[in-house]
Design a protein around this ligand. Structure first.
Ligand code: MG
Length: 348
């Protein structure tokens, strides 16, 4: 539905790899103090001084992780960076650099890669990360993007999944489930379009959900927000696969159980409306829908007063002893065992 048949097309073969890399990377600038040498030599050189370095990497494959029929390339580039930066934020660290590697088939003209790089460049500048290297190669079929993100933090700032303790409060940033329902709306419109290509989708009622799907943001601000509140999180993870699944990771690695309260889970009003339209339970979506890139973390019970009225955060439960299990307490006050379904399992 987004294809423009009149686009200018320059074949990648006409440029060759070195010209292509030069062309795609010419706009990158360096802003991090820790970057001594970025693109342009055999390797980048970094200096983190007394800070520790956190590293995370991610691979995105066309047809598996994204669908270019409704995902504009610029958005894809942006989202690929966000997903990686989010993992650095989930360590309570400051994202600093990324490397970007691409494998592309010859069906992509240069202009398509420029769009992709425009999204990557925009995200890099918004999140303040330097693009310090990468690679390009050809693929037999489709587009593959691999991004590695680096970040810095002092040893006592770094927050693992395994630090939650019995009695800690469970907190989440933002709201949940919108990105997954945004994807459902886009999938539905794609099917409508395939039946009738003249049918232009009307998406006004879904703008928030679609934005959450196509242009998510990493919660780089949370580290600073918590510092200002003088709260040190005890465990942290980002929500890429869904609240249940991420919460169970924290519980398993911290050797604790949890009580999660259904009525506390933050859900946007637009999500509630669209779930009604699709006849899906919004709690199920908030629990299992992925790609929200919010942060889920635990804090000491004593910090409750510092966070309780903060609009960025919602306390959604607390940690209990491991032998008490992992439960959702429903609005009807029944206790259900939490399951990690993840967002892919919702397709069944
Ligand atoms: Mg993660």
């Amino acid at each position: 539905m987004l294809e423009d048949k009149n686009q200018k097309k320059t074949s990648l073969a006409s440029l060759g790899e070195f010209k292509l890399i030069e062309h795609l990377t010419k706009h990158f600038t360096i802003s991090q103090e820790s970057t001594i040498k970025g693109i342009g030599d055999d390797a980048a050189v970094l200096d983190f001084k007394e800070k520790k370095v956190v590293v995370s990497t991610d691979l995105l494959v066309e047809g598996v992780h994204f669908d270019l029929s409704y995902m504009p390339l610029k958005h894809l580039g942006y989202k690929a960076v966000v997903a990686n930066v989010s993992d650095i934020c989930a360590m309570n660290a400051q994202p600093t650099q990324i490397t970007v590697s691409l494998a592309v088939s010859n069906r992509f003209p240069l202009e398509a890669l420029e769009e992709l790089m425009a999204g990557i460049t925009l995200a890099a500048s918004i999140y303040g990360v330097d693009v310090i290297g990468g690679d390009t190669t050809s693929s037999q079929k489709g587009l593959i993007i691999s991004i590695t993100a680096l970040g810095e933090a002092s040893l006592d700032e770094i927050t693992y999944r395994n630090g939650a303790q019995v009695g800690d409060l469970l907190v989440v940033s933002g709201d949940l489930g919108a990105a997954y329902m945004g994807l459902q709306v886009l999938e539905r419109e794609k099917q409508v379009f395939q039946v009738n290509p003249n049918n232009q989708p009307i998406l006004d009622d879904y703008t928030y959900l679609i934005e959450r799907q196509l242009k998510p943001e990493a919660r780089k601000d949370v580290k600073e927000l918590l510092e200002k509140l003088e709260i040190k999180p005890t465990a942290m993870i980002d929500i890429s696969d869904g609240l249940s699944s991420e919460l169970l990771h924290i519980c398993k690695q911290s050797h604790v159980g949890c009580n999660l309260y259904e009525e506390k889970i933050p859900i946007d009003p637009q999500l509630i409306n669209v779930c009604e339209e699709f006849s899906i339970d919004s709690t199920t979506i908030a629990l299992n829908g992925g790609e929200d890139y919010e942060l889920l973390f635990t804090i000491k019970m004593d910090d409750y007063d510092k966070i309780k009225h903060n609009p960025n955060f919602t306390v959604i439960g607390h940690m209990v002893a491991e032998n008490e299990g992992t439960h959702l307490i429903t609005r009807a006050n029944t206790k259900i065992a939490l399951k990690a379904r993840g967002w892919n399992a919702l397709e069944e």
